[in-house]
Design a protein around this ligand. Structure first.
Ligand code: G3P
Length: 280
């Protein structure tokens, strides 16, 4: 049984600290690390030349300047661009222009940080893992569902192979909404923990996770009531809830004994955990 210890919730920075830096970049990861997160989350998918790249959306236009750099390549699917082409893109300036979480306007993001975001690239999975390892940190690797049009024979197995090659099997949690990928990951290496992402609640999460051979249940915050968490933890299921940004909700999940929480504001979760520890 997993010991449920209040206040020991892992502080996960969702796609890095994406409220204060462009998501899925090393800069966002660095911010999460500085803010006291215990690990960060990244999303991985395949480029046209089969490279494992760290990008959230299936298309490039939301988080890069692809619309101007490659105006004639709509719909800008990640899977239609080679790594060399992705390397030409700027994955940082959009954050400064759009301030997606209002943190620039709130004065939380310094001018120096904003300058440092201009022109930054999307890391490959190898670069992101190596950076994580160099910083003696941990990471949640979310395997994006690649879709029927993307040809892949060993996407999952290559991710697992890379984690093994870098000696990071103890530092990575693999998650996915595509639960077949989790079965493949376990078949490739049963020692790497896996978590089943779900957008809607399911009837018997503990049984479901067990049947999958997974270690964790990763529901959206709408898909789970905090009151169900202690029972799942009693049944040896880790529970990582996404994406929670409000302090009162973070506090409820910490109190309920969630294993981890995905948040865009690791600084808020760090504060909640501090308060919890002081009350002990
Ligand atoms: O991994 C938790 C959360 O990040 C899942 O949502 O949108 O990043 O795939 P999304």
């Amino acid at each position: 049984m997993t010991q449920q210890t209040r206040c020991d919730t892992l502080n996960i920075a969702h796609r890095g600290a994406r409220s204060v830096a462009p998501e899925n970049t090393i800069e966002a990861a660095r911010k999460g690390l500085e803010m006291g997160a215990d690990l960060w989350e990244l999303d991985v998918q395949l480029s046209a030349d089969d490279e494992l790249v760290v990008i959230h959306d299936d298309t490039l236009e939301r988080t890069s300047n692809v619309e101007t750099a490659f105006a004639d390549r709509e719909p800008w699917n990640v899977s239609d661009f080679t790594l060399a082409e992705i390397r030409e893109l700027d994955f940082g300036s959009w954050f400064n222009e759009e301030d997606p979480f209002g943190q620039i306007e709130a004065g939380v993001v310094s001018a120096e940080d904003r300058r440092s975001y201009e022109g930054i690239g999307a890391p490959t999975l190898r670069e992101a893992l190596e950076w994580t390892s160099r910083n003696d940190w941990k990471v949640n690797v979310e395997l994006k569902h690649l879709g029927e049009d993307v040809e892949e024979e060993n996407y999952v197995e290559r991710v697992v192979g890379l984690i093994q090659e870098l000696g990071m099997t103890k530092d990575v949690l693999i998650s996915s909404f595509n639960h077949d990928y989790l079965v493949r990951a376990k078949a490739a290496d049963s020692t790497i923990p896996t978590g089943a992402l779900v957008g809607r609640g399911i009837d018997d999460p503990a049984g479901y996770v067990r049947d999958l051979g997974a270690d964790a249940y990763n529901p959206s915050s709408e898909a789970i009531s905090p009151s169900r968490i202690p029972d799942l933890r009693e049944q040896d299921v880790e529970v990582y809830v996404y994406t929670v940004n409000e302090e009162d909700e973070l506090a409820r999940l910490v109190e309920a004994g969630a294993t981890g929480i995905f948040t865009d504001f690791p600084q808020r979760l760090a504060r909640v955990l501090d308060e919890c520890r002081h009350e002990r």
